[in-house]
Design a protein around this ligand. Structure first.
Ligand SMILES: [Zn+2]
Ligand SMILES: [Zn+2]
Length: 262
């Protein structure tokens, strides 16, 4: 056993997805062995919201969210989600957002669903996890107009340029990056990530997606957060301990997680 360095928090994973049905408990145990103290399981629709909730009930270091991914925004089951949030007390609303790259739902429907979920977050005083692809300006505009300066938001799996990051940070929001930073073709995204200030930055795997370069093409899992943390600390030119401490403190504050224990 090496020296135990500071804790890691996977702020965005989908451990409740069926990609983990065969060995979910082994995956969770491995994450803990590698120092991942907490995992935030992110819901994407009413079914996966419920699955994430059930998993959070089984482990006191796993937390759930309530989301409506842009891929599902043609459905807009707002009343059901509002009831679910009231009953299960998620740590965040998300993932929600706009995806003009992959989503089949039209932009108007996506915006309507996103705005509705942002209002729900404000109503409940919950932070939001934002998914945004090929839609930065529209995403930021809605975060600003619906948020009215009161909204706490993180843009997850950030994929835009340095100018966009500056606008996001200037609006008071946070950013999180995934293991795709370790890809050989990460290119300028790596410089953008390296420039993100420590007090606004969180780490995530987005498991089962985006396994790090060493496992490229395979299933990702929360234990792989160690690869991202080591890689990004090196790129930022800081100690890994410093990166772990800052990103974990941000996550504890953002999601209201227990400061000690777990
Ligand atoms: Zn996403
Ligand atoms: Zn996700």
């Amino acid at each position: 056993m090496g020296v135990r360095v500071g804790m890691l928090i996977d702020t965005h994973c989908h451990l409740h997805f069926d990609a983990f049905d065969a060995d979910r408990e082994a995956v969770i145990a491995r994450a803990r062995e590698f120092g991942v103290r907490y995992m935030v399981c992110v819901g994407t629709d009413p079914v996966t919201n419920e699955q994430a909730y059930r998993l959070s009930r089984a482990h006191d270091f796993i937390f759930h969210t309530a989301g409506l991914h842009p891929h599902h925004s043609h459905e807009v089951p707002m009343e059901g989600i509002r009831k679910f949030v009231g009953e299960t007390k998620p740590r965040a609303i998300g993932e929600i957002g706009l995806d003009y790259f992959k989503s089949e739902a039209d932009p108007a429907a996506q915006k309507k669903a996103f705005a509705g979920m942002l209002r729900l977050a404000l109503e409940r005083d919950l932070p939001v996890i934002v998914h945004s692809r090929n839609a930065f300006e529209d995403t930021l505009a809605l975060l600003r107009s619906e948020g009215g300066g009161r909204l706490r938001a993180v843009m997850h799996c950030f994929s835009y340029d340095a100018g966009a990051l500056k606008k996001l940070l200037d609006s008071g929001f946070l950013v999180s990056f995934t293991c795709n930073l370790t890809f050989k073709n990460a290119g300028s995204l790596l410089d953008v990530a390296a420039s993100a200030p420590l007090d606004r930055l969180m780490l995530e795997t987005d498991s089962p997606y985006l396994a790090p370069q060493v496992y490229r093409g395979r299933r990702n899992e929360p234990a792989c957060l160690v690869h991202l943390s080591e890689f990004l600390a090196k790129k930022k030119g800081i100690g890994e301990e410093t990166l772990r401490k800052a990103t974990s403190e941000n996550a504890v504050r953002f999601f209201g997680l227990p400061a000690s224990g777990g």
